[in-house]
Design a protein around this ligand. Sequence first.
Ligand SMILES: C[S@@+](CC[C@H](N)C(=O)[O-])C[C@H]1O[C@@H](n2cnc3c(N)ncnc32)[C@H](O)[C@@H]1O
Length: 263
Amino acid sequence: MADWSPTDYLRYTDERSRPFGELVARVRRRPASILDLGCGPGHLTAVLRRRWPGASVVGLDTSAAMIERARATDPHGTYLLGDVRDHATGRSGAGDADLVISNAAFQWVPDHRDLLPLLADRARHAFAFSVPGNHDAPSHALLREVAARPPFADVVGPVERRATADPAQYLDDLARPGWHVDAWETTYVHVLDGDDPVLAWISATGAQPVLHALDDHDREHGSDLRTRFDAQYGAALRAAYPRRPYGTPLEFRRVFVVATRGV
Ligand SMILES: C[S@@+](CC[C@H](N)C(=O)[O-])C[C@H]1O[C@@H](n2cnc3c(N)ncnc32)[C@H](O)[C@@H]1O
């Protein structure tokens, strides 16, 4: 898959950052070392150093573009190119940390639930993460529906439903002797500005595999599938998320888990 665009991703930075703050607020013990898995462009990893001054903070991500942006905007941080799956088996090179934290990344990791106990084992105090819980929201259902139409379906194939679990299921995954697990969910109602804001929002994240497949095809064949897809998907999103006088409301459910050792 083509790489992420840090610039597009950062467009709704306030809305995307809020769950991270609410996750961090539930971490009770002061960590001396922190690992941020799927750190993206590093703007939230830098927040961790402000929250716990003096802590050593490392960000890890598979995207070269994201790691490059993180190193440029947060030169005091340590950013490593690496995979969450390798970290689960101790092969990421990042080492263990007091706090292992992750925001909006595990939904991209295949079979992420199987990895959770292993990732928790690599945390000396706490393992905290948040994932989107909106895989059946109109934004995602319409992505699958429009991508299944001709001529897009032949190019993109079936679109994966990147399902995350409910808080009680994550509690069940991580509640083991010696651990206390706090799991909850929040549905935010973001009010987005501008034209086609839901298309812009999801084009920087969840729709990327589809859009990159269309872009690659257009480049190779001189076609205009991406423009045609944006027109059809954009129209479907405008109908599902009508613009109001004050902006376009986007309901966004997120799931949070903080697993803490020894309490
Ligand atoms: C939606 S962004 C979240 C970035 C940041 N944590 C935030 O909250 O703004 C998802 C990030 O997960 C990264 N990612 C996806 N799969 C990964 C994997 N297997 N290992 C490490 N990072 C991964 C992507 O490259 C991307 O930067």
